[in-house]
Design a binder for this molecule. Structure first.
Ligand code: AKG
Ligand code: FE2
Length: 196
């Protein structure tokens, strides 16, 4: 289930019995956290605090909340909840329930991401803006034989029509652009279709 938020509107799926208030409250309270994180990522690159947010569309940045629902699976060793991937968002802020499932890949090993009550999990997504300085985390989810797992990721993404590319201030002769600048919707299309 997907919900889009920005500072102008919220769009909900139209499902009978679905009460959006709690998700709305959760998403709204994450927005300052998200903005703070983007500021930190910006200063980590030696940029002004607002530069990354600006490079993602500024006030038009999309905060997309998704709800993942993984029912119990009779053969968990034969299935995955989500196949290995990197997120196309700039960052993802995720809260899971207590059922283990998220794994990240490092040095050829899949590691369980421990559930820590009340902790937020932050994924670095595809970091075109940083020109690859920040590396996206390759991750997947497993499923559980008996228990239902749920997770609530919020993806921070540029608007579809917004052009994304390495932040010009980062580019120099020593650090040429590693990515083409293109509309975010074209970035998504190319990634999904394995095009350059
Ligand atoms: O359920 C999770 O913990 C992660 C889900 C995920 O990777 C995604 O929705 O992109
Ligand atoms: Fe993901």
């Amino acid at each position: 289930m997907l919900m889009h938020f920005n500072n102008k509107s919220s769009v909900y799926p139209n499902r009978s019995g679905y009460k959006p208030e709690v998700n709305e409250q959760y998403a709204q309270s994450l927005i300052p956290v998200a903005d703070n994180l983007l500021g930190l990522l910006s200063s980590g690159l030696g940029l002004e605090d607002g530069d990354i947010k600006q490079g993602l569309g500024g006030e038009d940045l999309v905060y997309m909340l998704k709800i993942n629902y993984y029912p119990p699976c009779p053969c968990p060793e034969l299935a995955l909840g989500v196949a290995p991937h990197t997120d196309m968002s700039s960052i993802t802020i995720l809260v899971p329930n207590e059922v283990q499932g998220l794994q990240v890949f490092k040095d050829d090993v899949w590691y369980d991401v421990a559930y820590i009550p009340n902790a937020l999990i932050i994924h670095i997504g595809d970091q075109v803006l940083s020109n690859g300085k920040y590396e996206s985390v390759f991750h997947r989810t497993t499923v559980n034989k008996d228990k239902t797992r749920m997770s609530w990721p919020m993806f921070l993404e540029p608007p579809a029509e917004f052009e994304v590319g390495p932040i010009p201030k980062l580019i120099s002769e020593d650090n040429p652009p590693k990515y083409k600048t293109k509309k975010f919707k074209d970035y998504v299309y190319c990634k999904l279709n394995k095009l350059p």
